[in-house]
Structures are given as structure tokens and as C-alpha cells.
Design a protein around this ligand. Structure first.
Ligand code: GFB
Length: 311
């Protein structure tokens, strides 16, 4: 999702784009990465590749999330150093910050407290990548920077109900309930957690701004500076979809961290502002989903708690 948004955004720039499809280069294999980078010799690298997923996927596959993301980041950042890449932008996530970080979360909250258990594995790999960029800046003078986007959504997201993030999951659930005249949609957790959401096209624009204008150690947050409750989000997506049935919250599912609002002062000081409102972004993404992949990629929501009721 981020990679395709970056390709769309960079088509507006005077650059030659080199991309690496996962079938061509397994970024977890160091030799393949070094062969690719030594051959391509890019001037600048956006490191957006990662194993990502929502709260259930992170909590279910800790080994894969930690191992894959450590290897991807280490291999790409080392190959960029080794073959003289002038600038690298490493993408992390606001889940690198402590579960109970001050809100809005300032970048200096990093490593100031315990992580959210459900995604600590992914977070540790992303923190290691930040530190590797900073270490290479100190030891070798590499101009490698790290950006921490908030929760992203948009076209080409993962809409699989078990592994996705909340927005694509709810878009898929409400679209299916609308199409099938369903009586209820299950929303995980209590609905009380708050989340900040940024459209992926806004994120890509912010990444280009940082690649051009930021050059320092430590993470830079990318976000809107505003958040909503999961309950309000669900009601907004229901409204956009035209679904009129019940919304049922399932407290047996994890809420995760109670809030993840990022302090975007470092980014706005560079003159960047988001351009897509949540309502507008959700409507665009819902329309994209309906057009491009409804029913194609949505697994029937077999929810263990309500399986009996669904049967
Ligand atoms: O988006 P999400 O999976 O990840 O969940 P996080 C956000 C909130 O939405 C949680 C609730 O409180 C979920 O319980 N939620 C409600 C749902 N219904 C659903 C649903 O059907 N599916 C999902 N997935 N959530 C992620 C990290 O944390 O944040 C990632 O796990 C990454 O590693 C990402 O860092 C930015 O926002 O809790």
C-alpha cells in the first residue's frame, strides 16, 4: 500500500524509479539485497517494505513479525551504506512508542516505557531499524533518516479480515453486511480506543517532503494530529457504506494501546500539512474497495466468539 502510493507520488517528480517486487528480491536474504543494490546503484532509497498487519496478526505471529522486519531493515540499510546510497528513508510506525506514552506522542518518548504487548515484536524490529540508521550516521556519516507514520489506510491495503488493520477490516465488514442485508457487524474491542488515521497518499507526500528537507538522527512522526474513537470510526464507515443494521462491540477481542496520537510538530515545522480528511479518505477507499476487490479478498468473518451465531 505505501509502496504503490510512493510510486504514484514520485511519478510527479523528475526521477527514475527503481522498484523491487518481492518475487524478484527476497529482502530477507542479504546476498540478494546486496546484488540488487550494487547493480541498481540508487541515489535515494525509500525503505517501505515490511511484514505488516493489524492487532490480531501481530499478536498471532510474533516470530515472523520480529524476524522478517529485522532482516529486511538490516539488509537494506547495510546494502545502502555499502553501495553509497546518498539518502535513505526508513519507515517505522507510531507503535514504536510506549503503550502509555504522553499524548500527543513526542519523538523523544522512544524507549521511555514498556511497549504495547500485542505489537511489541514489530515495534522492536522498527526501533532497531531507527537505531541502525542513527548508528550509521554517527560511524559512517550516512544520511539515513527514519519516519514514523501513524495508522495508514487507502487503496491497495490488505482487506483480509484476520490480518488487516481496523479501517480495511471495517470497510470489508460493512460492505459485506450491506450487500447481504446483514443484521449486525462485529467490531473488535470496546470501541473506546482512540486512533489517528492518515490516508496513504498524504503519507507518501510527507515522505517526499522529509526525503528533501529532513536530515537528522531520531524518528519523525507523520500524522494528522487528530484522532477518533473506534466507535466513531465504525459509525462513520457504516454511514459511508449505507449499512443500517446493528454495530456490536466484542470486548473479548483486544483493544491494544488506548491511544496513539502523534505529535507532528517536527514535520509541520518543515511546512507539510495533510490534505485528505478522514471522511473524504474513507469515502475514496470504500469506493476503491467496492470497485476493485469486494468479495475477491474478503474471507467470511469466522469469528470464534460469534461463530455459533453466524452459523
Ligand atoms: O488497526 P488495528 O488492528 O491495530 O486495531 P493497532 C486498531 C483498533 O481497532 C484496536 C480495533 O483497538 C482493535 O481492537 N478494531 C475493531 C479492529 N474492529 C477491528 C477489526 O475488525 N480488525 C482490526 N484489525 N481491528 C497496529 C499495530 O496497532 O498499528 C501495527 O498492530 C502497526 O503493528 C499499526 O503499528 C500502525 O492500531 O492497535
Amino acid at each position: 500500500m505505501v509502496g504503490s502510493a510512493l510510486v504514484r507520488r514520485l511519478e510527479r517528480e523528475d526521477v527514475t524509479l527503481i522498484t523491487a517486487d518481492r518475487d524478484d528480491v527476497d529482502l530477507r536474504r542479504q546476498q540478494q539485497v546486496e546484488d540488487f543494490v550494487s547493480d541498481a546503484r540508487p541515489q535515494a532509497v525509500f525503505l517501505a517494505a515490511a511484514r505488516v498487519g493489524g492487532i490480531l496478526a501481530n499478536d498471532s505471529f510474533p516470530g515472523a513479525f520480529l524476524y522478517d522486519n529485522l532482516l529486511i531493515a538490516s539488509n537494506v540499510i547495510e546494502a545502502a551504506r555499502r553501495y553509497g546510497v546518498e539518502k535513505l528513508l526508513n519507515l517505522g510506525s507510531t507503535c514504536v512508542y510506549p503503550k502509555f506514552a504522553p499524548q500527543p506522542i513526542p519523538e523523544n518518548a522512544l524507549l521511555s516505557g514498556p511497549l504495547e504487548p500485542t505489537n511489541q515484536w514489530y515495534a522492536v524490529a522498527k526501533i532497531a531499524a531507527i537505531k541502525l540508521c542513527d548508528a550509521f550516521r554517527r560511524q559512517y556519516g550516512c544520511d539515513f533518516i527514519s519516519a514514523m507514520p501513524t495508522n495508514l489506510y487507502g487503496p491497495h491495503d490488505n482487506f483480509d479480515l484476520d490480518s488487516s488493520h481496523v479501517i480495511p477490516a471495517l470497510i470489508a465488514k460493512f460492505a459485506q453486511a450491506k450487500a447481504e442485508h446483514g443484521k449486525e457487524v462485529i467490531v473488535w474491542g470496546t470501541g473506546t480506543p482512540r486512533r489517528e488515521f492518515l490516508h496513504v497518499d498524504d503519507c507518501a507526500d510527507a515522505l517526499v517532503c522529509l526525503m528533501r528537507r529532513f536530515s537528522d538522527e531520531g524518528p519523525v512522526n507523520i500524522g494528522t494530529g487528530t484522532d477518533v474513537t473506534i466507535r466513531d470510526l465504525a459509525e462513520l464507515i457504516a454511514q459511508i457504506s449505507g449499512y443500517r443494521g446493528n454495530i456490536v462491540f466484542d470486548p473479548s477481542r483486544p483493544d491494544g494501546t488506548p491511544r496513539k496520537l502523534s505529535d507532528v510538530g517536527r514535520l509541520t515545522a518543515l511546512g507539510w500539512r495533510p490534505g485528505i480528511s478522514l471522511r473524504e479518505g474513507l469515502a475514496q477507499t470504500y469506493a476503491w474497495f467496492e470497485r476493485e476487490c469486494h468479495r475477491a479478498r474478503v474471507k467470511t468473518p469466522v469469528d470464534p466468539v460469534h461463530a455459533g451465531r453466524n452459523a
